[in-house]
Ligand binder design. Structure first.
Ligand code: FAD
Ligand code: NAD
Length: 478
């Protein structure tokens, strides 16, 4: 048994590594147990997000967006580049290079902060003892005053569509194909389905998304979801709602997908199949019975608003607990827990959680949708502004989409912001900040926005809530 730690974090993803860094900054003796083995067969920090999630998917989305842009829009801008081609292995290698740099960066931050990386699988026992099993089977036991479980999530597998690592893959496999498939079927038109479907569509694949639900992006404000569906379909994504996949079979190097919709049962052949039907909390092998940590009926570790489990001194954060499975949500929980261990009064404001789908255009939102406010009986008012009326969007040649912001009429507070359009992920920040500061729409309306910027569209939407938008004809006069 080594000297006891103040904190042991199990899991080095964006929840766990951030918790470890914040704990070390606060002077706590900290270790992080991480078992990830990367494509190069090397131990790596960073979890799903850095290795097979946020970062590699965005590297491919950026590259394919530029490719699409060069083919479709350069000529209109007066740029002649000849025939634009693809080098998919190079694109994948660039993505892998970015992943290596960033995961290596976390290892360097651990060193700089004096955090010990215990490489291997961590298992919590009684009284906050953590057993670490290395790749060669060596076991060591470490004691901690506090344990933070941050073991994340893994893709949900469908028994009827078994993965084979090449033709039938989950999101990780779909980041590594080195040839462009002629046709790709995606099960699930959720966030992963739309992002990875967009990547392969831009590279030239025919992409069909089979979605069991009748509603498209049910968590998104309806007006924005409608606009998103229309735009994605124009880009060639074939989104089939109300289509439940029943099974798949690999036949002669292709995959036969069986699904059911209102017209009955169908079977279609595709070159590849991506299973993107959600993720589940991952606690496999991480908790001994003696640890006594309670899970809920969905397999998530049960925690309160401060990420405390039912066992004193044991916390859980990130995808393994309730709430949206988002990197920034887990990171903020990590900071909160580390600070609370040191007696500080940190909180996470779950009501102001930014969400982004990194398609083109991007879809981004925070706070309540119009539908939620209606069903809660809130007296609200909406301001909208289309990017088609933005000078900067015109200059960029990227005018699709709009900004929609919503105020509570009684308190005047901004209660929701919903965007679809160029750089929506970045533009969302100003509304997130306004909501965090308990700001009003009037605060945004009175703030000077640089011209010409896309952020003026948010300014105009705020002005538009009561008929004061300048660059659009208002029906309401004031
Ligand atoms: P994870 O990142 O899953 O990390 C958990 C870590 O714990 C892993 O490294 C695992 O090896 C380790 N671990 C598990 N059990 C043990 C054990 N017993 N011992 C030791 N180590 C263990 N979110 C966003 O916010 N923005 C995005 O753009 C985005 N894009 C995504 C794209 C894709 C394709 C995917 C799949 C996900 C994406 N996500 C995105 C979601 C995001 O990746 C997760 O929400 C985030 O990684 C969760 O962080 P975490 O630290 O809780 O868990
Ligand atoms: P999701 O929950 O967003 O979408 C899964 C979809 O699959 C659902 O719409 C569901 O109805 C559908 N589905 C399930 N079974 C089906 C079947 N048999 N046939 C047809 N459709 C079926 O999940 P996801 O896209 O896998 O993403 C998982 C999580 O990862 C997300 O919820 C999100 O939290 C996170 N993520 C975030 C980002 C981001 O922030 N940009 C990107 C990727 C992933």
């Amino acid at each position: 048994m080594s000297d006891p730690y103040d904190v042991i974090v199990i899991g080095g993803g964006p929840a766990g590594y951030v918790a470890a860094i914040r704990a070390a900054q606060l002077g706590l003796k900290t270790a992080c147990v991480e078992q990830w083995i990367n494509k190069q067969d090397k131990p790596a920090l960073g979890g799903t997000c850095l290795n097979v999630g946020c970062i590699p998917s965005k590297a491919l989305l950026e590259a394919t967006e530029l490719y699409d842009e060069a083919r479709k829009n350069f000529a209109d801008m007066g740029i002649l580049v000849g025939e634009v081609g693809l080098d998919v292995p190079k694109m994948i290698a660039r993505k892998d290079g970015i992943v290596s740099e960033l995961t290596g960066g976390i290892a360097a931050l651990f060193k700089a902060n004096g955090i010990e990386w215990l490489q291997g699988r961590g298992k919590l026992g009684a009284e906050r003892a953590v057993t670490v099993t290395e790749r060669d089977g060596t076991e060591t036991v470490h004691q901690a005053a506090n344990v933070i479980i941050a073991t994340g999530s893994v893709p949900i597998e469908l028994g009827a569509t078994p993965l084979d690592g090449n033709i039938v893959v989950d999101s990780s496999g779909a980041l590594d194909w080195e040839d462009v498939p002629g046709s790709v079927c995606v099960i699930g038109a959720g966030i992963i389905g739309l992002e990875l479907g967009s990547v392969w569509r831009r590279m030239g694949s025919e992409v069909v998304l089979l979605e069991a639900q009748e509603d498209f992006l049910p968590m998104v404000d309806k007006a924005i979801a409608r606009e998103a569906k229309r735009t994605f379909e124009k880009q060639g994504l074939d989104i089939q709602l109300g289509s439940r996949v029943m099974g798949s079979e690999v036949v002669n190097g292709q995959v036969k997908v069986s699904y059911q919709d209102a017209d009955g049962e169908h079977e279609t052949m595709f070159d590849k199949l991506i299973v993107a039907v959600g993720r589940r909390a991952y606690t496999d092998g991480a908790l001994s019975v003696e640890a006594g940590v309670e899970l809920d009926e969905r397999g998530l570790i049960h925690v309160n608003d401060h990420c405390e489990t039912n066992i004193p001194g044991v916390y859980a954060i990130g995808d393994v607990v309730r709430g949206p499975m988002l990197a920034h949500k887990g990171s903020e929980e990590g900071v909160m827990v580390a600070e609370r261990i040191c007696g500080e009064h940190a909180e996470v404001n779950y009501a102001v959680m930014p969400n982004v789908i990194y398609t083109h255009p991007e879809v981004a939102w925070v706070g309540k949708t119009e539908e939620e406010l209606k069903s809660e009986g809130v007296d609200y008012q909406v301001g909208t502004f289309p990017f088609a009326a933005s000078g900067r969007a015109k200059a960029k040649g990227d005018t699709g989409g709009m900004v929609k912001i919503i105020r509570d009429r009684t308190s005047d507070r901004l209660v929701g912001a919903h965007l679809i359009g160029p750089s929506a992920s970045e533009l969302l920040g100003q509304s997130v900040l306004a909501m965090e500061f308990d700001g009003t729409i009037e605060d945004i309306a009175r703030t000077i926005h640089a011209h010409p910027t896309l952020s003026e569209a948010v300014h105009e939407a705020a002005l538009g809530a009561d008929g004061r938008a300048i660059h659009i004809a208002n029906r309401k006069k004031r």
